[in-house]
Design a protein around this ligand. Structure first.
Ligand SMILES: [Zn+2]
Length: 234
């Protein structure tokens, strides 16, 4: 039957695509590579070195997206509870926000450019508005404190975030593809290896569903190994 043939081909296409599409979790940095990247930030001239370290720690350990880092504001910091609160909305009309607004208008006839821009900046999804603890390590906490002493908000553009990450990777002589989203994947992988459960991992990363968190946890193997050892070593 034609219908069956089509769906079979669709399935084969999707399967082929799944095998050949590169996912950011394949570009995850291991702990050693991440340390080398941070070390390399110290070799960059001021203030680039500090800004790059801030990007690498917030991306590679706390899982912030490049857009979130570029729009980071110290008013997001809850010092008492040591949380970064990523809001649903942060008023902005930077070049990136203007481009995003124009793109949204192009895909939606009902939307005016003024309305699209008024809603900028906003994180990628509703689930992306979230609270992220920044006292997971002393070096992250200190980096946030130093940032807040110097700046009220991230001082560079969205595209600079990409450039800085690339610069640090070059300085560290790291081979392979290193870009902001692979830092985010590095954070997810790091916490999965440490044994963070699916629900808190999902909340930390701001994913809309549990499936992605489960995937990182499955790949890390930590939960599997722990469960098996508990059974076999008792
Ligand atoms: Zn903006």
């Amino acid at each position: 039957m034609v219908h069956q043939g089509t769906s079979k081909n669709e399935w084969a296409d999707r399967h082929r695509q799944a095998l050949t599409t590169r996912h950011s979790h394949e570009d995850v940095l291991n702990d050693r590579e991440f340390e080398l990247l941070l070390e390399a930030c110290g070799d960059l001239p001021a203030p680039r070195g500090f800004e790059t370290r801030f990007i690498c720690l917030l991306g590679g350990r706390l899982g912030l997206r490049a857009g979130e880092i570029a729009h980071f504001h110290t008013s997001w910091l809850d010092w008492n509870r040591k949380l970064i609160r990523i809001p649903q909305h942060e008023p902005c009309d930077c070049g990136y926000c203007q481009r995003q607004a124009r793109q949204e208008v192009a895909h939606n006839d009902q939307l005016t450019e003024a309305d699209a821009l008024a809603s900028r900046w906003h994180p990628k999804t509703v689930a992306s508005a979230r609270s992220i603890p920044f006292d997971l390590s002393l070096r992250i906490e200190l980096c946030i404190e130093r940032f807040a002493n110097r700046y009220s908000g991230f001082p560079r553009s969205r595209s600079t975030v990409n450039r800085r990450v690339k610069e640090a990777a070059d300085q560290a002589d790291l081979t392979g593809r290193i870009y902001p989203h692979c830092l985010r994947a590095t954070a997810a992988s790091h916490h999965a290896y440490k044994g963070v459960a699916p629900v808190p991992l999902q909340a930390l990363m701001g994913w809309s569903d549990l499936v992605t968190a489960q995937k990182y946890i499955r790949i890390s193997g930590t939960a599997t190994a722990d469960a098996l050892r508990q059974v076999h070593h008792r």
